[in-house]
Design a protein around this ligand. Structure first.
Ligand code: DC
Length: 196
């Protein structure tokens, strides 16, 4: 069975948690596409050359979840040649036999417009910053500024900007706990599986 779940949305909206839960629930493979951009940004050097020669080891480094790695990722992600170098890998992953969940910014719009289920997960910036701050600590105001800066860059870039696909279901997790958000996402995927 070929079945793609496309999960897009801004930083710290809950995409990762929901994607992992969906993959476990339905037995699908999961790809956190933000890691690809984080790995390119973290490696330094010429981002286009790095993206073209990215290796599995590059995704395993321990410092890819930091705020700095997020900012570096957002910057290299605005370079069209970097995005182009990462497209084929993501498309193959999305359409591999057995079903796949991919989370990112452009999965439903660019990487896999034909995805059988599309979710756009969002939440108020203050709520997203608070969740991220609980993970990374430090100054919450700084985390909020970082979230807003990344949102603006990811939505404002010319190539594959962050936006919901026309046929995506919007899931606003501002007032939802994890269990509720996951349950709603599961219902959508189950509904789309029943349509096959
Ligand atoms: O999802 P994340 O926070 O790990 O993503 C880090 C950055 O990578 C994000 O700010 C923008 C970029 N990104 C992207 O442009 N397209 C994707 N599909 C995933 C991430």
């Amino acid at each position: 069975m070929i079945f793609t779940v496309a999960i897009d949305g801004p930083a710290a909206a809950g995409k990762g948690t929901i994607s992992r839960a969906l993959a476990a629930r339905f037995g699908f493979a999961h790809l956190d596409t933000g890691l690809l951009y984080r790995a390119v940004g973290a490696k330094g050097g010429d981002p286009v050359a790095v993206a073209r020669s990215l290796q599995p080891d590059d995704l395993a480094r321990g410092d890819l979840r930091t705020l700095e790695a997020g900012q570096a990722a957002s910057r290299v992600a605005a370079i069209p040649e970097v995005r182009a170098a990462l497209v084929d890998f993501q498309r193959r992953f999305a359409r591999a036999e057995g079903g796949a969940v991919l989370d990112g910014r452009d999965i439903g719009t660019v990487i896999c417009p034909e995805a059988e289920a599309k979710l756009f997960i969002t939440a108020a910036p203050e709520v997203r910053a608070h969740r991220r701050w609980l993970e990374v600590g430090g100054d919450e105001e700084k985390v909020l500024a970082e979230v807003k800066e990344r949102d603006a860059r990811d939505m404002g870039r010319a190539d594959a900007p962050l936006r919901p696909a026309a046929d995506a279901v919007i899931l606003d997790t501002t007032g939802l706990d994890i269990a509720e958000a996951v349950a709603r996402a599961e219902n959508l995927v189950r509904d789309r599986l029943n349509r096959l």
